[in-house]
Design a protein around this ligand. Structure first.
Ligand SMILES: C[S@@+](CC[C@H](N)C(=O)[O-])C[C@H]1O[C@@H](n2cnc3c(N)ncnc32)[C@H](O)[C@@H]1O
Length: 402
């Protein structure tokens, strides 16, 4: 998509093409293109409208009903924050007294729109002209164009103390973690854009800086003194947020957001340095949420269920009782076996197990290969946990606790 195509989509003819594409988007793409051209839509506009219709449909999972009026690039959509996560971050910024925010690398505007909706004046800065134009269009589509404006500029050359004569309260930066040309994921923070060095310097220069980073970021790279919050949505670990300066409330936080926005969000906080007690395998096993594990809050979680580890390096927590908890899945341990394919096969045959789910931590075994090698048959199901107990490869045969 280029700027001319985006401008064409925003004309009355473009809007009509988009509406028709939205209706045809479920069917055969060639037939949809032919139908649009048959209705007199120029081929370039028809192709752009069909691409947008497909992206809008995919975006509904992240943006809800807003997606139907917004504009997307494929890479921009992949990198955009989910609406519920952006809304929570914006609410915290507003509650901390932030009134003006610069969003460096605002992308399609997911975070900026949420902040504007929370009542914050947002100045977006975006290096890519098409993405910047889409962000401006998205501000209009979501009714916040009076509070979210976008300029096409390089974040590293932007004044982050005053913007358009407005003193800046806080800076948000969600650096691109995909290669601008290929769209491939970038794992090395040094290759983020804007670069990590610039981002860390922001934290040093701007008192109230907020960063969105990959949830797998090594703890050693996190800015000293800042809070880092790992966020999962319905059990999927989606991102980490760094809250620097006076915005930091605790060293580490795990935030568990439900899929249903009307559900309860649970938070666990701590230092990230406590070590849980270590003991034997006990009757119940808890598999903590990814946000709890990545935040290094397993000790804090274990304390809530009176639990312990069976291996100091592995984040499965064992306890004597099945306490209801939002922070982990609970399984009842039926059998603990030193790992041996033969013994496991015999144990499962004895129980009539024909179907298994396989969980693993601290095991190099490939679950799908193991499943094939087990040659299961029988009416029962079981959960297999591949792990280590006091350093020894172990398999636990379990059943989920409702
Ligand atoms: C991860 S995306 C932001 C997504 C956004 N937070 C959202 O949820 O929609 C990062 C954006 O930063 C932009 N970017 C990368 N380097 C930049 C730079 N030096 N200056 C301004 N923007 C930059 C990229 O073009 C990309 O759109």
């Amino acid at each position: 998509m280029n700027l001319d195509q985006l401008a064409a989509l925003r004309t009355p003819d473009g809007a009509a093409a988009l509406a028709m594409a939205a209706e045809l988007a479920d069917g055969d793409p060639l037939a949809a293109a032919a139908a649009l051209r048959g209705a007199g839509t120029p081929p370039g506009l028809a192709a752009a409208a069909l691409t947008q219709a497909e992206l809008r449909r995919r975006a509904a999972g992240k943006f809800g009903p807003d997606a139907a009026g917004m504009f997307f690039t494929r890479t921009g959509l992949e990198q955009a924050t989910r609406a519920e996560v952006a809304r929570r971050r914006a609410a915290r910024l507003r509650a901390a007294g932030v009134r003006t925010l610069v969003d460096l690398g605002c992308g399609l505007g997911a975070d900026a729109i949420a902040a504007a909706r929370a009542g914050i004046r947002v100045y977006g800065v975006e290096a890519d002209p098409v993405t910047a134009a889409m962000a401006a269009a998205n501000a209009e589509a979501t009714g916040v164009a009076d509070r979210f404006t976008v300029r096409t500029a390089d974040a590293t050359r932007t004044d982050v103390t005053m913007i358009d004569g407005d003193p800046v309260d806080a800076v948000f930066c969600d650096p691109a973690r995909r290669h601008a040309g290929t769209g491939r994921r970038v794992f090395d923070p040094a290759a983020y854009s804007p670069p990590w060095e610039f981002v860390l310097d922001l934290v040093a220069r701007v008192p109230r800086t907020v960063l969105k980073v990959a949830p797998g970021i090594p703890h050693a790279m996190l800015p000293a003194g800042a809070e880092t919050e790992w966020v999962s949505v319905a059990g999927d670990l989606v991102e980490a947020t760094v809250w620097a300066g006076p915005l930091a409330e605790v060293p580490r936080r795990a935030t568990l957001v439900p899929r249903d926005p009307s559900g309860t969000t649970d938070e666990l906080t701590g230092t990230g340095t406590a070590r849980p007690p270590v003991g034997p395998v006990r009757r119940y096993l808890y598999d903590p949420d990814g946000a709890v594990v990545r935040a290094h809050l397993v000790a804090e979680f274990a304390a809530t269920v009176d639990g312990s580890l069976a291996d100091p390096e592995i984040a499965y927590v064992y306890a004597d009782a099945p306490a209801p908890t939002p922070y982990a899945r609970c399984l009842e341990v039926l059998d603990t076996l030193p790992f041996s394919l033969k013994r496991l096969r015999a144990a499962l045959r004895e129980r009539g197990v024909g179907r298994v789910e396989i969980l693993k931590r601290g095991s190099a075994l490939e679950p799908e290969r193991l499943r094939r090698d087990l040659r299961l048959s029988g009416p029962e199901s079981a959960s297999l946990v591949l792990t280590r107990v006091a350093g020894a490869p172990t398999v636990l045969v379990c059943r989920p606790v409702a």
